[in-house]
Ligand binder design. Sequence first.
Ligand SMILES: Cc1cc2nc3c(=O)[nH]c(=O)nc-3n(C[C@H](O)[C@H](O)[C@H](O)COP(=O)(O)O)c2cc1C
Length: 340
Amino acid sequence: MIDLSTRYLGLSLANPLVCSAGPLCETLDNIRRMEDAGAAAVVLHSLFEEQITVESSQLDRDLSHGAESYAEAVSYFPDMQSYQIGPDAYLEHVRRAKAAVRIPVIGSLNGVSTGGWIAYARKIEEAGADALELNVYYIPTDPDMTAEEVEWRYVDLVRDVKASVGIPVAVKLGHTFSAPANLARRLDRAGADALVLFNRFYLPDFDLENLEVVPHLTLSSSYELLVRLHWVAILHGHVRPDLAVTGGVHTARDVLKAMMAGARVAMMTSALLQQGIEHLTAVREGLLDWMGAHEYESIRQMQGSMSYRSVRDPAAFERANYMKVLSSYALRAGPGPGPA
Ligand SMILES: Cc1cc2nc3c(=O)[nH]c(=O)nc-3n(C[C@H](O)[C@H](O)[C@H](O)COP(=O)(O)O)c2cc1C
């Protein structure tokens, strides 16, 4: 009997498949389908700092100027129109999701600053969430801001959130740091219980006809997994927080790679948006088939087996690999078409 179980954020999970925060988690019906299809846990879509601050400024304005000022407040956040669900409705969603399924439900807070809004971490805990994921989606556009200052934002936020809740806290990060391993260690010291690697940044595109900058969202492919594997493999064994992979997990092979790099769980959103929630069942079966064929007895047995610390040639993760890769391409590709 192959054992798929894993531990993440102090939770015992039946397998490493977790649905990451996204639009599919907005309905209870989908969350039930995720459980039925084999998800071991679900991260709810985020409650955004802007949703909380807009709602509290709405309340202030309503009290002093009348309700029509809300339209003005939300106009600062054009995208807020599509995030209809306010903080109270979010908390209710956490409560209902907990009542609807047996798998752990992880709440998600998305923001960049410490402040009153993080009181919602406590409220999400009180609503019954088993853990909290903190998504720090921050784009430092100010040229006067140093890397050190950017990193302190993350560390301060994690410390403040940890001080206000008793449930485990995961931190979801982007990958554009100068020294990711050092930041991981500082987040570890600030109390992070897991690091979720990595956020995908949604890069705006240009509309050439209207000369506008337009939002642009593409779903991921398995290729995006590679940067996650790289950093999970490097961090495994060097920091205390559990590691989770988000980004580019589409197939059973992707999940196996994430486990071998050293992740406790592999999260999916794009794959489920593209192929449907029931794709989880195929991924779970794919895990069992591969592990059976390769005589693995458990997921735990493979976790970290391909990490920086475990592989025979850790230079493969470093600069040494860079020259090797470049030269191997030149050899394989051979001479290209010559000048016309
Ligand atoms: C439409 C959409 C909505 C998302 N909403 C959230 C969100 O509310 N909070 C969050 O932390 N991540 C959100 N994500 C990011 C996903 O949780 C995930 O980290 C990312 O899509 C990379 O994983 P994937 O390659 O499996 O899609 C969203 C992704 C998509 C595609």
